[in-house]
Design a protein around this ligand. Structure first.
Ligand SMILES: *[C@@H]1O[C@H](CO)[C@@H](O)[C@H](O)[C@H]1NC(C)=O
Ligand SMILES: *[C@@H]1O[C@H](CO)[C@@H](O)[C@H](O)[C@H]1NC(C)=O
Ligand SMILES: *[C@@H]1O[C@H](CO)[C@@H](O)[C@H](O)[C@H]1NC(C)=O
Ligand SMILES: *[C@@H]1O[C@H](CO)[C@@H](O)[C@H](O)[C@H]1NC(C)=O
Ligand SMILES: *[C@@H]1O[C@H](CO)[C@@H](O)[C@H](O)[C@H]1NC(C)=O
Ligand SMILES: *[C@@H]1O[C@H](CO)[C@@H](O)[C@H](O)[C@H]1NC(C)=O
Ligand SMILES: *[C@@H]1O[C@H](CO)[C@@H](O)[C@H](O)[C@H]1NC(C)=O
Length: 567
């Protein structure tokens, strides 16, 4: 009895081997549209000489249709082959083997043709889930079977849709030792040549790699001792994370996860808490399940530094992690503070440089504006009578006679009438006949500035004397400031006495004829800048001040003897 059974078994095994591949489809069969597919009807030795008949019926109908071969669907031995299979091939197929009147029970499969996802190398509904791989063990993927009758011309392998060139042409992808990174979707594409056309046959298997059995024990993640650098007053969150197990086949179990600090269980967070443990949070990542319990410091206090906080996980025992907060030992200047500081410094220095440049460029305008605003008056209490003594060429020559007009009309008109200065002009204010030398010296003494109108024809005895006295006072006694007006009509150009070059350039003002005429011209600004500060009299009062000034002028300026020099 026993030996007979054994013989049958052996025979069966032998027959399987001799008949080549077995038809081992489990219904339903999922295939991708537009690919090669072939049904096979089991052909044991007992089926020899039998003819296969294929029937198809739609999923929800009873009526069966005999499948007749055509160009696309062919009957090759007991195989039913599709070149290629299309969506409406979906249905229930049965295969019946007959030899004359003898009939064997028919076999039935359900075929499901899936629309292809054209964006991906595989189609999600078509993916087979392989058995889980265990870290460190070996694993092998095989391409879907094809019967021996077809001509396979190429085999390509993809992991997560990236081709692995090394596996090209291999029927199998073998991994010796699995690691967690080996998890993913493995796709094999076989290319079959049939009647001059190529057909694909795709199979995708997803692999989930699990840790070895001992690693599946839930445990806290990370080192047993943590040290965190922090600062007083900073908000801080400490994370205590526990690995609970793999998502697949996850079984809930009882455990506790909590924080202990200052010798007691830390309270659960409420609205008024400043140090508390938050609600436990569970999350899944890479097929693993975790739980995290956070300890929250509203703001780290001095007493929290160097205290130890313990996270405890209890399941079949206790597991602990300690956390210690330490003060940031040598706090570096934070990068953003440093950058901001640098930018600020550069900006400030830039602004400062700009200010200096502006001050230099608009020095005169700024000083005049400042004088206007402050109402500064330098003419009070120095005992002087005139703001300036005007020295110019008196003997008008036919060529350069304009300078006389300038000295007697333009200059006083502007400085006296508009800017409220009082000038001493020899020809106008000093009566002829006085002791020339004394007169001039005393007038210069009583003036705050000496205005020299310089022209080619300047050098006459009289003028030379004025000049000498003035320059002596200015350069040696430092009693009076000299203002040099370069009055140079075009015909009298290229002239400047070398002796006057000692004067600083800020005190040299160039007359540029029409250009200098308007009151707001550079010439008047520069001149006013060189003159002592004196508030400009308001227009309404100007008449009074003018009269007043004339009166005073006459008292002092009309002196005893006529001066020859003033002609
Ligand atoms: C099956 O098809 C192959 C080619 O694909 C051909 O060589 C063979 O003769 C066929 N067999 C039958 C029984 O039609
Ligand atoms: C299957 O689809 C083809 C076109 O792709 C069509 O000609 C044929 O009638 C369809 N057959 C059925 C049974 O729907
Ligand atoms: C099947 O038919 C063939 C002839 O077509 C015959 O030789 C064979 O013996 C038959 N087999 C069975 C099991 O009836
Ligand atoms: C077969 O698959 C390859 C990718 O492996 C693809 O390039 C080719 O176009 C496919 N051929 C057909 C007929 O679908
Ligand atoms: C804890 O996790 C949160 C995010 O969940 C993070 O903001 C915080 O910095 C983490 N704390 C530590 C100490 O790593
Ligand atoms: C928070 O308020 C509750 C009452 O609402 C009180 O019992 C508790 O002691 C308070 N906790 C703290 C830290 O102030
Ligand atoms: C904390 O401990 C470190 C040494 O581990 C020590 O240098 C430091 O002074 C301590 N700080 C406080 C606030 O106790």
């Amino acid at each position: 009895m026993y030996s007979k059974n054994l013989a049958v078994l052996l025979l069966l095994i032998l027959s399987f081997i001799s008949s080549g591949k077995l038809c081992k489809w489990h219904s339903p069969i999922n295939v991708l549209e537009e690919e090669y597919f072939s049904f096979c009807c089991s052909m044991g030795p007992q089926d020899k000489g039998q003819v296969a008949y294929w029937y198809k019926r739609d999923t929800n109908k009873k009526e069966q249709v005999l499948v007749r071969g055509d160009r696309r669907i062919d009957l090759n031995g007991t195989n039913l082959r599709f070149w290629p299979v299309v969506v409406n091939d979906t249905g229930i197929y049965s295969c019946c083997l007959r030899n004359g009147t003898r009939e064997t029970p028919c076999k039935e499969w359900s075929l499901n043709v899936i629309k292809r996802n054209k964006k991906n190398c595989f189609t999600e509904e078509h993916v087979l889930t392989g058995i889980d791989g265990i870290v460190g063990r070996s694993y092998a993927f095989t391409c879907s079977d094809t019967d021996d009758s077809v001509n396979v011309v190429d085999i390509a392998w993809y992991k997560n849709c990236t081709e692995n060139i090394n596996k090209r042409g291999e029927e199998e992808w073998h991994i010796d030792q699995l690691t967690e990174e080996d998890g993913g979707k493995y796709t094999c594409v076989k290319t079959i040549l049939h009647e001059g056309k190529k057909y694909n046959r795709t199979s995708t298997t997803s692999l989930n790699v699990k840790g070895a059995e001992e690693n599946v024990i839930p445990k806290l993640i990370g080192p047993d001792h943590h040290v965190f650098k922090t600062e007083i007053g900073k908000e801080e969150i400490l994370n205590c994370t526990v690995f609970l197990g793999y998502l697949k086949n996850f079984v809930q179990f009882q455990y506790e996860l909590y924080w202990i600090g200052h010798g007691d269980t830390i309270e659960t967070c409420q609205k008024n808490s400043s140090l508390c443990q938050m609600e436990e949070r569970k999350y899944d990542e890479n097929g693993k399940k975790y739980a995290v319990k956070q300890l929250w410091f509203k703001s780290v206090k001095e007493e929290d530094i160097n205290s130890s906080y313990t996270c405890t996980f209890s399941e079949n025992g206790f597991e602990k992690q300690t956390f210690i907060l330490q003060k940031e030992s040598n706090p570096d200047l934070p990068v953003h503070v440093f950058t901001t500081g640098m930018i600020m410094a550069i900006m400030f220095s830039f602004v400062a440089v700009m200010m200096v440049i502006l001050c230099l460029v608009f020095k005169i305008e700024l000083v005049l504006l400042f004088r206007d605003i402050m109402g500064k008056d330098e003419t009070l209490e120095d005992g002087k009578l005139y703001d300036a003594f005007v020295s110019y060429l008196k003997d008008s020559t036919p060529i350069c006679g304009e300078e006389r007009k300038f000295a007697l009309e333009i200059l006083p008109k502007t400085l006296e009438d508009h800017f409220g200065y009082k000038l001493c002009i020899c020809e106008r204010d000093i009566s002829p006949g006085g002791a020339v030398v004394d007169d001039i010296q005393s007038f210069i003494d009583r003036s705050r500035r000496l205005i020299i109108i310089l022209s080619q024809n300047y050098i006459s005895d009289q003028v030379m004397f004025e000049l000498e006295v003035g320059l002596h006072k200015a350069l040696v006694e430092r009693k009076i400031k000299v203002i040099l007006i370069e009055y140079m009509p075009k015909s009298c150009s290229d002239f400047l006495p070398k002796s006057l070059e000692l004067l600083s350039s800020s005190q040299v003002v160039k007359w540029k004829e029409e250009k200098s005429l308007p009151l707001n011209s550079k010439f008047w600004k520069k001149l006013r800048y060189a003159m002592p500060a004196k508030p400009t009299a308001p227009a309404v009062c100007q008449g009074v001040t003018l009269q007043d000034r004339r009166k005073r002028t006459s008292t002092f300026c009309i002196t005893s003897k006529p001066s020859l020099a003033c002609y």
